[in-house]
Design a protein around this ligand. Structure first.
Ligand code: HEM
Length: 534
């Protein structure tokens, strides 16, 4: 870095002024008026009261006072980078989405990684889910795949989202804990929400303390649809696989890193990209049809379930490379607005109720966070393909329709016009059903996939789950909540439940929790249980 050796001029109070000279531009107000003195506010006499005529002082302070926007209600702490997506093959057999038609062509992308529970200034190595939100600026509009590094979610119905988030965030009277799930409210809610058990096993595993963003998988979680030219549908789950593989830290490392460098994940991504070591992920798809969906053991619309990769192998269809850091953190990473409803023609939603709730929530929250309906005018959110519509006015409008016509149909011969052939068409699913508030029975087994996940872990990984559960539940003050959790764990795996109970000093094992459906027991027993028994 160069230190500029500029002439310093001393003011009459001894203060130092750097004056415009050579190529250095003149400082102006936001209105463009040149500023003569940026060190002294205008006063009646040198020791007198400040004067309200000082428009430069007032503008400078007013602007500073308004620098903060609300942090995201969840995923407040995040870090983003630019890059590109490149398809490997023509996918026209499954989707007409333009970005999958020309292999090797680069489509610009922006990714924001995040934690969920902590505030904007919290530390990076919290035990938490990581957001993995990708915006791809396709030629047919922005596609936002707003995913996490865990393939399932806590809840099945979006009406529960405010509750799960209230429960995980700081308790309202005391305002702590800030960034960890280790507290009564969180475990109270979880112990009363059996559908969260599968997700909880992932959150208590090493997946929730990744070594770096560069070593994480990303999951779209929900089942989506791909639609071809003829509007034929194929179900799809999206998965990002890191080229570097998966790596986590262990809890003791996480605790030390948080103390020594709370920006550990940010710094890692910044350093990697700045030194040309560009992280890369493959986009993989699990494709299946209605027949598979009807025969699968779980409901493909249930976001607390996954489709095991041994049953449907993820096929790599393209790659995402991150090769450029934002020029400005606020303008790009803070103002980027991801929304699940941003899909191009050829990608559509399934009836996963959580996905449909999200499709409402993200638009609503961006209106509040970014201050009005024109947040698509902010460069990081604007499409990078031609676009034209008659939306106008509102706060901060940067683009309005030009000329006399701002409606259609019109007789002026002025577009934009609809295009049934190229435009977005939703899958014409037949629906005839009573209006009800009911969970389907096919959503009722909350334990089998939790067990499947636990069984899939190696012995040291299982041990980490036991340690995490013990650490977290030991912080819970109310013994009833602890016992309720043990009752759930017994349904997931008897030895797991018994070991955690023992470590928590629970003398008498509770009865396993009432399960609406008997968990499946045809999954192979865990080979590693002996390790965790003591
Ligand atoms: C933000 C993922 C469920 C509401 C986010 C972000 C991610 C994410 C990655 C951060 C986006 C960013 O980096 O800017 C997920 C996943 C979910 C899920 C994978 C379940 C599978 C939900 C649900 C709701 C919801 C059910 C509400 C019904 C929000 C809101 C934000 C958010 C309000 C803040 C957005 C902003 O201010 O930019 N979510 N979320 N999410 N999510 Fe979700």
């Amino acid at each position: 870095a160069t230190i500029h050796d500029q002439t310093l001029v001393r003011g009459n109070g001894g203060e130092l002024h750097q004056l415009a000279e050579g190529d250095t531009p003149v400082l102006t107000t936001a209105q463009g008026a040149p500023v003569a003195d940026d060190q002294n506010s205008l006063r009646a006499g040198a020791r007198g009261p400040a004067l309200i005529d000082d428009f430069h002082f007032r503008e400078k302070i007013f602007h500073f006072d308004h620098e903060r926007i609300p942090e995201r209600v969840v995923h407040a702490r995040g870090y983003g980078a630019h890059g590109f997506f490149e398809a490997y093959d023509v996918l026209s057999k499954y989707t007409r989405a333009d970005l999958f038609q020309r292999p090797g062509e680069r489509t610009p992308a922006f990714v924001r990684f995040s934690t969920v529970a902590g505030a904007k200034g919290s530390f990076d190595l919290a035990r938490d889910v990581r957001g993995f939100a990708v915006k791809i600026y396709t030629q047919e509009g922005n596609w936002d795949l707003v995913g996490n590094n865990i393939p399932v979610f806590f809840i099945q119905d979006p009406i529960k989202f405010p509750d799960v988030i209230h429960a995980v965030k700081p308790e309202p009277d005391r305002g702590f804990p800030q960034a960890q799930s280790a507290h009564d409210n969180f475990w109270d809610f979880i112990s009363l929400t059996p559908e969260s058990m599968h997700m909880i096993m992932w959150v208590m595993s090493d997946r929730a303390i990744p070594r770096s963003f560069r070593f994480m998988e990303g999951f779209g979680v929900h089942t989506f649809r791909l639609l071809d030219e003829a509007d034929e549908s194929t179900f799809v789950k999206f998965i990002w696989k890191p080229k570097l593989g998966l790596q986590s830290v262990v809890w003791n490392e996480a605790v030390k890193i948080n103390g020594a460098d709370p920006d550990f994940h940010r710094r890692d991504l910044w350093n990697a990209i700045q030194s040309g070591d560009f992280p890369e992920w493959e986009l993989c798809v699990q494709l299946f049809d209605q027949e598979f969906a009807d025969s699968f053991d779980f409901d493909v619309l249930d976001p607390t379930k996954l489709i095991p990769e041994e049953i449907i192998k993820p096929i790599p269809v393209g790659r995402l490379v991150l090769d450029r850091m934002p020029d400005n953190f606020f303008a790009e990473t803070e103002q980027v607005a991801f929304m699940t409803q941003n899909v191009p023609p050829g990608i559509d939603f399934s009836n996963d109720p959580l996905l449909q709730g999200r499709n409402f929530s993200y638009l609503d929250t961006q209106l509040k966070r970014l201050g009005g309906p024109n947040f698509t005018h902010i460069p990081i959110n604007a499409p990078k393909c031609p676009f034209a519509h008659f939306q106008q006015d509102g706060h901060m409008a940067m683009r309005n329709p030009v000329g006399r016509v701002n409606y259609q149909p019109n007789s002026h011969g002025v577009g934009p016009r609809e295009d049934p052939a190229r435009g977005f068409r939703a899958f014409a699913e037949e629906i005839e059903a009573p209006k009800v508030r009911l969970r389907p029975e096919s959503f009722a087994d909350h334990y089998s996939q939790a067990r499947q996940f636990f069984d899939s872990q190696t012995a040291p990984e299982q041990k980490h789950i036991v340690m995490a559960l013990t650490f977290e539940l030991a912080k819970v003050e109310n013994p009833v909540i602890r016992e309720r959790m043990v009752a759930h764990l017994l349904n997931i795996d008897e030895a797991l439940g018994a070991t955690v109970a023992d470590k928590l000093g629970i003398k008498e094992l509770p009865k396993p929790a009432d399960a609406a459906v008997t968990p499946r027991d045809d999954l192979p027993p865990s080979p590693a249980l002996s390790i965790i028994e003591n």
